[in-house]
Design a protein around this ligand. Structure first.
Ligand SMILES: [Zn+2]
Length: 281
């Protein structure tokens, strides 16, 4: 694993611990013990409902993916949201994501401002990278911007931490910047805008470090190209591939969501369950 600041590692470990504790405390299958006792051959198993389920998503937590996105939507379920044409594009992209990222960075764009599920589409790609043992991290655009203003904090410790985080974000092999919006960016032509400059430096640094970035846009492709300066856009043209996804109308989205919720409750857990033997006294 890449050098993650110790305090961040500690924080994510704590998050995992808390979620595991909460999963165990609600579990009815193992009597809240986290393990299942097989009396017939004196072995114990990780309880698949709580511990097994959490172990299956452990790496997602360490990559900063939020718990609402662990189980929600798998690749094939995107087919219900995306238009047929977008689904075909996405399917190819998903299957070739590592190859695609060998050469270029990626922008997942929205066809119109009504297009939804872009963040989810990007997270599914990140999950595949994680699954393929690639060091990956997810970051909200707001949190990145926050890091640019580290110097404003009066507490030295906070400033140091923010700077350490920014260094980590610059180096992590695969970074997903989610919810890439335009509210922080000044109108086109304002090249001296602080955030735009910082953002450009940040992306350029990642480029120089030979690491790859996935950007999930929270705005439509058109609004993206309207808002940003030509220097900025030509940087993207040169170094990024853009995939514009289009989704079906919202009514279908609601149906798909309902179907999905039912699926989650009905489907069996796909968690990994490790078998281990303990000596009984
Ligand atoms: Zn359990």
């Amino acid at each position: 694993m890449i050098d993650m600041p110790d305090f961040l590692k500690h924080e994510l470990k704590k998050t995992f611990g808390l979620q595991l504790k909460s999963a165990k405390s609600k579990c009815t299958k193992c009597n809240q013990r986290g393990i299942i006792d097989d009396n017939s051959d004196h072995t114990y198993y990780d309880c698949p409902e709580c511990t097994g389920r959490m172990n299956a998503v452990r790496q997602y937590i360490y990559s900063n993916i939020r718990d609402s996105q662990f189980y929600k939507l798998r690749r094939d379920e995107m087919a219900e949201y995306l238009t047929d044409k977008s689904w075909k594009t996405y399917y190819v992209l998903y299957n070739n994501i590592i190859k695609v990222l060998e050469n270029k960075n990626l922008i997942i764009g929205k066809m119109t401002s009504d297009t939804y599920g872009i963040s989810q589409a990007a997270v599914i790609l990140l999950k595949k990278l994680i699954y393929s043992n690639q060091d990956s991290f997810m970051l909200k655009f707001d949190n990145l911007i926050e890091g640019f203003f580290a110097f404003r904090d009066n507490v030295k410790d906070v400033v140091n931490r923010k700077e350490e985080l920014l260094q980590f974000y610059m180096k992590v092999p695969f970074l997903l910047i989610d919810n890439f919006a335009d509210e922080f960016i000044n109108p086109k032509g304002d090249k001296d805008n602080f955030i735009t400059q910082k953002l450009m430096q940040f992306l350029q640094a990642r480029q120089n470090n030979g690491v790859k970035t996935i950007i999930a846009l929270a705005i439509s492709q058109q609004s993206f190209t309207c808002k940003y300066d030509t220097t900025f856009l030509s940087f993207f043209d040169e170094n990024y591939l853009t995939y514009i996804l289009d989704t079906k109308p919202k009514k279908i989205k609601q149906d798909a969501e309902l179907g999905l919720i039912q699926n989650i409750f009905l489907s069996k857990t796909t968690s990994t369950s490790k078998k281990f033997v303990l000596k009984k006294n």
